[in-house]
Every structure is written in structure tokens, then in C-alpha cells.
Design a protein around this ligand. Structure first.
Ligand code: ATP
Length: 948
């Protein structure tokens, strides 16, 4: 319902429990039952944005036709502004922080009074003193409901009292005592609710007064429920966002413009319609509120305004600046002057509704939204969109000289400062099936529970300790809940019996909130802590300077041509005259430059201050101001950061990023060297413990920034670059104007500045200049842009190198992980084993041959001795015959042995030959594998060389 900042107004009910009696069926329509056809059509094109804010999100779920729902009394419309889906390419964020108007350099040079060179804290709205309130409280705020208007909480004692010496009473406004405005909206059936067995059963009906909600008779009978009757300011059904805006928010916006703090929030279980943004033609609450803010300015010609906006989210109990996404975990502060506030938070000065909507869109894009079991586009964070409105009576704003505008000067009228907070709460929900969603859900439920507790204590236990600090949400809402703001709560419920328990919880919450009484007061400040005052004074001073530079050009014309002198005297005089004239002309040119620069600055500042006529002009088709151009940033102590500081901090952030990138690059290089080394060893045939190497690399990863973190930093830096690009688009001053100003204010510092700028113009290295002049101020100038651009370029190059290195490393790791690589290694190992086996076999054969040879030799030696033995000398015949026989046997044996040896030798030789051939083949194979690896290695080396 309120999904972008505007649509979410529902209050979280405790985690839903499923209801009973699924078979019960609604037989009679509620008093004003109508076909859903029209709602269905609009819902099908609905976009999701916070009900309060209105930036494009995803299309809402279409409601099936035929569902029964109470007919709205007005035309159908979404609460949130039309939004586009978040998915897909993101809109570049452009949260450039710039100071309004002309770059600081010009401001500083042209404005000589110290008050314009130092930005002071902007005083937030706060009550200083109660004064009778003159504007009538809206009728809808009267506690007319039957809900007991018990426990009045915030009284003057609980409202932050202003301690600022510059704050004054609030004469024109006063205070408004009233109950919180509570509106409940029952959304139409969703498609899943329509699909339940037995058809949809309507549980709730809106009473004839349009302010009470009760069970339908059918449901009460079927479910045997005891009748309930809840009373609020407004009870609505359907999809009409205009109706809900007009009844619940419009008055609050009006009074915010009148100087009262206002807070709107949507509460309800998940998917109950808090964020429902309606259709393109039926914007949600936020765009309507923004439109009304500007409408008010258009219609109030007696006042001038200055608007600035901020947008934050509370995600998992951490506060994040949605307009400066790199700023996370922001802190909550409190002081008597400002009350409770978040810092450092970026605020952008806005001058047109479309500009505000673009800022919201940008913030919504950063916001945590996910698909859950219950809602395809569920808000996972609470978001707070804030508009700070400064205004002042125009008659006092234009009257008076710069001196009359000195801080504390009684002649300057006080500036009214108020806040309008559009809060889109995340919805309470049952446990989700996804772990991350579950974790988010736990944080959401816890903070909503704390909100419930705070409200109970506020309304039921007088004097009890209020646990605001138990959650960031309640802490931030503290100023609103404790009574110093007007509050409107929109609670959203489902019409289905499936969610009846959660709806009951929401309705009870709404009844409790209704009891809270607030006493909002107007807040005024009289010093330059209001930007409006600061800019107005600067304009006055610039105008005074402009007056001083005005001249008719006749002065210094020198003696006329009708001089009585003659001859050489006249020649001399005329030469002097010409010289004088030239000098005078030069002075005039310079003076004009100064005047132009002053005019430009006045023009810039004047544009930031909105009046009925300037807003009209914009509405009539003038181009919107560039996004994020006029930005202020508050530091922890609430001081608005000055422009050079902002640039410096951006540059410092960039430096850090570049350093981190370099470190990452070095780490990547080290890893690559390790892997290369391992690969080389493997190629050479050395044994490599791949696992060990990988473990080492992983270990290095652990000691270096994790990849995710690194990538997110890279994303952040890219975002920064986009911001800087936005910054680049700032147009305006030029070197000539600066030179002219230097002529007028020839202080040393400006000289140096111009020298720097000149050097940059002539192409001299920005870094070299910085080394020479470290303490120089950085300014919003085209020359600084050159510096930023060169930094950006360097960063881009580094990013490209890092990415390439990563890719190379991935290639190498992938190759080492590949089957091909593993097969190669295995094959090489097998071949080596084979060679070793062959060597062993050959050794075996060698031993065998040696043994055989020895045997032969022994036999040959034994042969002759046995033939000349005892038989030969004693018995010539018989002995000779035996000897011959033995000799012949020995010869036969020897021959056989020799034959055997030859045979073995031949086999061995053949075997050796075969082995040799195989070995040669293997060697060739190894050589080819090695060549292949060498080639791969060479290829990688070449790529590496190219990288470095
Ligand atoms: N009044 C309505 N008319 C038509 N459709 C609606 C209405 N309210 C909600 N819807 C539809 O119901 C679905 C859920 O609504 P929405 O996203 O606004 O819920 P939510 O309360 O913001 O949920 P979460 O807390 O999870 O963010 C959306 O598809 C939306 O289009």
C-alpha cells in the first residue's frame, strides 16, 4: 500500500499464525461489496514502492479477477508512486555531493565575510516554547473515535526543549495537541487468497461510519468468533491511493509546510499492502506528498522555502544512507538542539518534484527488497525518507542589508524548520524457508515487537521506562512517538481468513497507537544554522559586491582631446592618454568578469530558494536541476560539511580504493607466481605437490580481502566514479572569471590556486602539482575535474589490470584443474615407471649373461684337466677310452651351454632392441608432451608479460 516511502504505512503485527476454518465461505458480500475487476486491472499494473516514497520498483502482483472486496469510496489508486522494476540494469546513482550554486572557489572569493565561507550546522526542527497554535487542527484529527483516548504521553516535559541560544519562540505556529491519526486499509484479495478451497471468505467489514472495522456476520458465525469492533479515524478498503492520502496524509503535509514536524508510517504484516504503489495514473502517498509540498510553495507567495531531503534504511539493525550507499552503519545521536538524529547523513537540496522522485528512485534502488515466501517484492528493511523544510517570511527575507543579516540580528526574521518523515516499515512475517530471509525476518520482527512495546508503554504505563533504545527503529522514531511531531499511521490488513490472526494483531496495534497524544510545535531558528538564512545572507553580500563593481566606464578617461597643449607636449599627453585608456579598458574587462561571476553565484543561490513564482516557472516546463548537484552533508556533530571538505573526502575515499586495488593486485601477482612456479616444476618433471600449492594459495586468499569484499569495494568505487561523473557535469565558472576575481582579491592563496589551475590547464601532471603543494585546497572547478578524471582513469586502468590478472589466474587454475593436465601428468608418470622397469629388466639380463659366461668359463677350465687325469697315465686303452668319452661329453655340454648362452644373448639382444625402440618411442612422446607444456607455459608467459 505504501510501498515506496509513501506506500508503507502498515504496522507490523506479530508473526502471523494460520487461521482456522479454511472451508468457511463468504456467502454474503460486505455492505459495499463490488467486483474486483477495476481493482484487479489497476493492481495488475501496479508498481511496488514504499507507500510513502514513490520510486519505481517491481510491478505488484496482479489480483485475480472476481475476488470480492469492499468497494472503495473513491477512485482506485495506488499509495505509492509508479515505479519500475529493480531488476535489470540499475539506474546510475548520482549522489554527488556538491554545495549549492557556484563552486566553492567562487563562493570563497566573491564572498568575503567569514559567515559565508563556513557552513554551520543546520538546526533541525525542535520545539523551543509552546505558543498558542493558530492554525486549526484538521477535522480528521479530532479524537472522535470510540477508542478510548487514554494515556497522553508527550507533554512539554517529554518534548525536547531547545537549548540553543539562537532558537526563539514559535510565535506564528504554536502547538497542536491531538491523538495520532490512525487509518486502516483492507486490501483486496490476492490471487493466492482467491485460490483457497471453497473460495475467498471475507473476514472484515467496514462500518457505515467509515471508521470502524468488525468481523463479517458470516465469518463470525462460521468461525464462531466473538464479535469485535475496532474504531479508528478512517477505515478503508480497496486500492484508492488518493482517498487514503487525502484522509490520512494531506493535512500532515500541509502542517509540515507550516512548520510542524510530521511523521507518516505504514504498518502491517508482510504482503498486506504497505508498499502498494498503485498504477501509473494513481500515484502512491510519497509522490502525492511531494507534489503537495511544491503546491504549497506555489500557493504561498508570502514565504520563501528551502527543501533538503535524505533517505536511509534500517537493515538488520544497521543504518545505511540510501543516497550514499557506501555509508553504512550510520550512528544515531541525540542532543537537546537537534533531538534524535542520524549522522553523517547526506542531504540533497531539491527544487522540483521530479528531482525529489528521482532521488527516491535512486534510494529505492539501493534498498533491500527481496522475494519471500509471502511477497515477491518484500521490503526487507525499514526506510525513512525525510524532507526538511525551511521557510521564512519573504518580506523580511528581502529587506535589510547584509549587515542587518548578521547572526542573531534582530532585523532578520526567524526561519521555520520542520521535518516530514515518510516511513516505510518492513512487514512482520512468519519464518521464511530461505535462511537469509529468515535472518532478516528475525530482525524485522524484533524491531516491530519493540515498536509495539514502546507504544504499549507510552499508552498504558504512565511514567514507565520507554525502551526506545531497544531497536534502531524506535530510537529514530523517538522524537515522533514522544509527542513532538504530528503522526499518522496507516495500518494495512489482508481480507482473508488465512491471515486473520495477523490482521487482529495489526488492528490491536492500531488501536493502541490511536491512544498516543502528540503536541507538535513549530520550530524556528534565527541564526545562520538554517541554510535558508545562510544563502540569503550570502546573496545579499554578493549583491552588495555587485553594486560596488558597477561603474559607468567614464571614470579615468583622462584629459580630453581639446587640450591646450601643443607640439611635443601634446604628443606626450596623447600617448599618456592612450595608455590610460588601455588600462581603463582592461580594468573594465576584468570588472565585467567579476560581475558575471557574482551574478552567476547569485543566480545559483537564488534558484535554491524556492518561491511561489520560481516553483511555478519550473512547473511550466523549465528543465529540472541536475540530480545531486546541490548536496550538503552533515558531519557527526551536525555541521554541514563545506564543499572542499566533501571533495577532499571523496578523493581520500578514492585513494583508499586505489590503494586497496593495488594491494589486491599484488596479492594476485604473488598467487600467480606461485602457480607458475608449480607448473614449471611439473613441466620439468620435478615432483609437485599440487595440493600443497593450492592450499598455500587458498591460505593467501584468507589473508587477503575476500573476493566478495573486494568485488563489493570495486562496485562501490564504480559508484563513486558515477558520482564524480555527476560532479563533472557541474557547469559554471571558468578560468577567466577566476583570474578576474584574483585581480580583485590578489591574496597569496588565490595566486597559488590560479597557478595550480594554470598548470593543470597547460597539461602539467596533477600529481606533480599535488606533490609540490600538498596543502592546497581542492575546489569545484574544471581543473579539479581534470584531476578527478585522471584519478578515475588511473583507477579504471588498475581495475582492468586486476580483472585481467584474475582472469589469467583463473585460466591457470582451471588448466591445472583440467582433465587434460591431469592425464598428461599421469601419462608421464607411467612412462617413467616403464623406463625404470625396463632398466631393471636389463640389469637382470646382464646378471644372467654374466653368470652364464662364468659357468662356461668354469666348464672350459674343467674340460682339459679332466682329459689328462689319472686314467690317461695308468691305462692307455681303457683309461684313454673313458677319458675321450668324458671329454666328448664335456665338449657337448660346453657346446650346449655356449649355444644356450648365444640363444639367451640373442633373446636378450632382441629384448634390448625392443626395449630400446619402446624407450625411444616413449622419450619421443615425453619430448612431445614437454614441448606441449612448454608451449602452454610460453603462451601464459607472453600473456603475463603483456599484462605487466
Ligand atoms: N490496496 C491494494 N489494491 C490492490 N493490490 C494491492 C493492494 N495492496 C496490496 N496489493 C498487492 O498485494 C501485494 C503485496 O502488497 P505489498 O507489496 O504492498 O505488501 P507489503 O505489506 O508492502 O509487504 P512487505 O512487508 O513484504 O514489503 C502486491 O502485489 C500489491 O500489488
Amino acid at each position: 500500500m505504501l510501498k515506496s516511502a509513501t506506500d508503507r504505512l502498515g504496522i507490523p503485527s506479530p508473526a502471523p499464525s494460520s487461521s482456522s476454518n479454511p472451508s468457511s465461505r463468504s456467502t454474503s458480500p460486505t455492505p459495499s461489496t463490488a467486483s474486483l475487476a477495476s481493482s484487479t486491472t489497476s493492481a495488475s499494473t501496479a508498481h511496488r514502492t514504499s507507500m510513502m516514497y514513490a520510486s519505481p520498483r517491481s510491478p505488484g502482483r496482479p489480483l485475480p479477477q472476481g475476488g470480492q472486496l469492499p468497494k472503495p469510496t473513491g477512485s482506485s489508486s495506488g499509495l505509492l508512486p509508479p515505479q519500475s522494476h529493480h531488476s535489470g540494469s540499475r539506474t546510475p546513482t548520482t549522489n554527488t555531493t556538491t554545495s549549492p550554486g557556484i563552486p566553492t572557489v567562487l563562493r570563497k572569493i566573491s564572498v568575503s565575510t567569514p559567515t559565508t565561507t563556513t557552513t554551520k550546522p543546520v538546526i533541525p526542527p525542535l520545539a523551543t516554547q509552546q505558543v498558542a497554535h493558530t492554525s486549526p487542527a484538521p477535522s480528521h484529527l479530532d479524537p472522535h473515535s470510540s477508542t478510548p483516548a487514554a494515556a497522553t504521553i508527550p507533554t512539554a516535559a517529554t518534548i525536547p526543549t531547545a537549548a540553543s541560544t539562537t532558537a526563539v519562540a514559535n510565535p506564528p505556529g504554536g502547538s497542536k495537541t491531538e491523538n495520532v491519526t490512525v487509518t486502516v486499509r483492507i486490501r483486496p484479495f490476492s490471487s493466492s487468497e482467491l485460490k483457497v478451497a471453497g473460495g475467498p471468505t471475507e473476514v472484515w467489514t467496514v462500518g457505515d461510519t467509515g471508521s470502524s472495522i468488525a468481523y463479517t456476520d458470516d465469518y463470525a458465525v462460521q468461525a464462531r468468533r466473538v464479535a469485535v469492533d475496532y474504531n479508528y479515524d478512517h477505515a478503508l478498503t480497496g486500492s484508492d491511493n488518493e482517498l487514503i492520502y487525502n484522509t490520512s496524509v494531506k493535512n500532515l503535509v500541509q502542517s509540515a509546510m507550516e512548520g510542524y514536524n510530521g511523521t507518516v508510517f505504514a504498518y502491517g504484516q508482510t504482503s498486506s499492502g504497505k508498499t502498494y504503489s498503485g498504477t501509473e495514473n494513481q500515484p502512491g502517498i510519497t509522490p502525492r506528498a511531494v507534489e503537495d509540498v511544491f503546491k504549497y510553495i506555489r500557493e504561498n507567495s508570502d514565504r520563501e522555502f528551502l527543501l533538503r531531503v535524505s533517505y536511509l534504511e534500517i537493515y538488520n539493525e544497521s543504518i545505511r544512507d540510501l543516497l550514499s550507499p557506501e555509508a553504512i552503519d550510520l550512528r544515531i545521536h541525540e542532543d537537546k538542539r537537534r533531538g534524535v538524529y542520524v549522522s553523517p547523513l547526506k542531504e540533497e537540496i531539491v527544487t522540483a518534484p521530479s528531482q525529489v522522485m528521482r532521488i527516491i528512485e535512486r534510494g529505492d534502488y539501493q534498498r533491500h527488497v527481496s522475494s519471500t515466501d509471502f511477497n515477491a517484492h518484500s521490503s526487507r528493511s525499514h526506510s525513512i525518507f525525510q524532507i526538511v523544510i525551511e521557510s521564512r517570511d519573504r518580506s523580511s527575507a528581502t529587506a535589510g542589508s547584509p549587515t542587518a543579516r548578521r547572526p542573531g540580528s534582530k532585523s532578520a526574521s526567524a526561519v521555520r524548520v520542520s521535518q516530514l518523515n515518510l516511513i516505510d516499515l518492513a512487514g512482520s512475517e512468519k519464518a521464511s524457508s530461505n535462511e537469509e530471509r529468515r535472518k532478516e525476518g528475525a530482525f524485522i520482527n524484533k524491531s516491530l515487537l519493540t515498536l509495539g512495546t514502546v507504544i504499549s508503554k507510552l499508552t498504558e504505563e504512565k511514567g514507565a521506562h520507554i525502551p526506545y533504545r531497544d531497536s534502531k527503529l524506535t530510537r529514530i522514531l523517538q522524537s515522533s512517538l514522544n509527542g513532538s511531531a504530528r503522526v499518522s499511521v496507516i495500518c494495512t490488513i489482508s481480507p482473508s481468513y488465512l491471515n486473520v490472526e495477523e490482521s487482529n494483531n495489526t488492528l490491536k496495534f492500531a488501536a493502541r497507537v490511536k491512544k498516543i497524544v502528540t503536541k507538535a510545535q513549530t520550530n524556528q531558528v534565527m541564526d545562520d544554522k538554517a541554510l535558508l538564512e545562510k544563502y540569503r545572507r550570502e546573496i545579499s553580500e554578493l549583491k552588495a559586491q555587485l553594486m560596488l563593481t558597477a561603474g559607468d566606464g567614464s571614470a579615468g578617461a583622462g584629459p580630453g582631446s581639446g587640450s591646450a597643449a601643443s607640439g611635443p607636449q601634446q604628443a606626450e599627453l596623447s600617448s599618456l592618454l592612450q595608455k590610460e585608456r588601455r588600462k581603463h579598458e582592461e580594468e573594465m574587462v576584468e570588472m565585467n568578469m567579476v560581475r558575471n561571476a557574482l551574478k552567476e553565484r547569485i543566480d545559483h543561490l537564488t534558484k535554491l530558494i524556492l518561491t511561489s513564482s520560481s516553483v511555478h516557472t519550473k512547473g511550466a516546463g523549465a528543465p529540472d536541476p541536475p540530480m545531486g548537484r546541490y548536496t550538503v552533508e552533515t558531519s557527526a556533530d551536525g555541521t554541514v560539511m563545506d564543499f572542499p571538505k566533501e571533495i577532499e573526502s571523496r578523493l581520500a575515499r578514492k585513494d583508499t580504493i586505489v590503494k586497496e586495488l593495488q594491494l589486491e593486485l599484488e596479492a594476485q601477482q604473488e598467487k600467480m607466481a606461485l602457480m607458475k612456479n608449480a607448473l614449471e616444476k611439473a613441466v620439468k618433471g620435478d615432483s609437485v605437490d599440487l595440493e600443497k600449492t593450492l592450499a598455500k594459495v587458498e591460505n593467501m586468499d584468507e589473508h587477503n580481502p575476500p573476493r566478495e569484499k573486494f568485488l563489493s569495494k570495486k562496485r562501490a568505487s564504480i559508484m563513486n566514479i558515477k558520482n564524480l561523473e555527476e560532479f563533472d557535469s557541474v557547469d559554471g565558472e571558468d578560468l577567466a572569471a577566476l583570474k578576474a576575481l584574483q585581480q580583485q582579491h590578489p591574496e597569496k592563496k588565490q595566486d597559488t590556486t590560479l597557478q595550480r589551475l594554470d598548470s593543470r590547464e597547460s597539461g602539467k601532471s596533477v600529481l606533480a602539482i599535488d606533490e609540490e603543494e600538498e596543502d592546497e585546497e581542492l575546489m569545484d572547478t574544471p581543473w579539479n575535474r581534470a584531476e578527478l578524471q585522471s584519478l578515475r582513469q588511473a583507477k579504471r586502468e588498475l581495475e582492468i589490470i586486476v580483472m585481467d590478472q584474475e582472469r589469467k589466474l583463473e585460466d591457470m587454475v582451471a588448466f591445472e584443474d583440467s582433465d587434460e593436465f591431469r592425464e598428461l601428468i599421469i601419462e608421464m608418470e607411467e612412462q617413467r615407471e616403464k623406463i625404470v622397469a625396463m632398466e631393471e629388466e636389463r640389469e637382470g639380463f646382464k646378471i644372467m649373461i654374466t653368470e652364464l659366461r662364468n659357468t662356461i668359463r668354469k666348464m672350459e677350465i674343467a674340460g682339459p684337466s679332466s682329459s689328462s687325469g689319472p686314467g690317461a697315465g695308468t691305462n692307455g686303452t681303457a683309461g684313454g677310452g673313458a677319458s675321450a668319452s668324458a671329454s666328448s661329453a664335456a665338449s657337448t655340454m660346453a657346446a650346449a651351454a655356449a649355444a644356450r648362452i648365444r640363444e639367451v644373448e640373442q633373446v636378450a639382444q632382441k629384448e634390448r632392441r625392443l626395449r630400446m625402440e619402446e624407450q625411444t618411442r616413449n622419450m619421443a612422446r615425453i619430448a612431445s608432451l614437454e614441448a606441449e607444456l612448454t608451449m602452454l607455459k610460453a603462451e601464459l608467459s607472453v600473456r603475463n608479460l603483456a599484462d605487466f
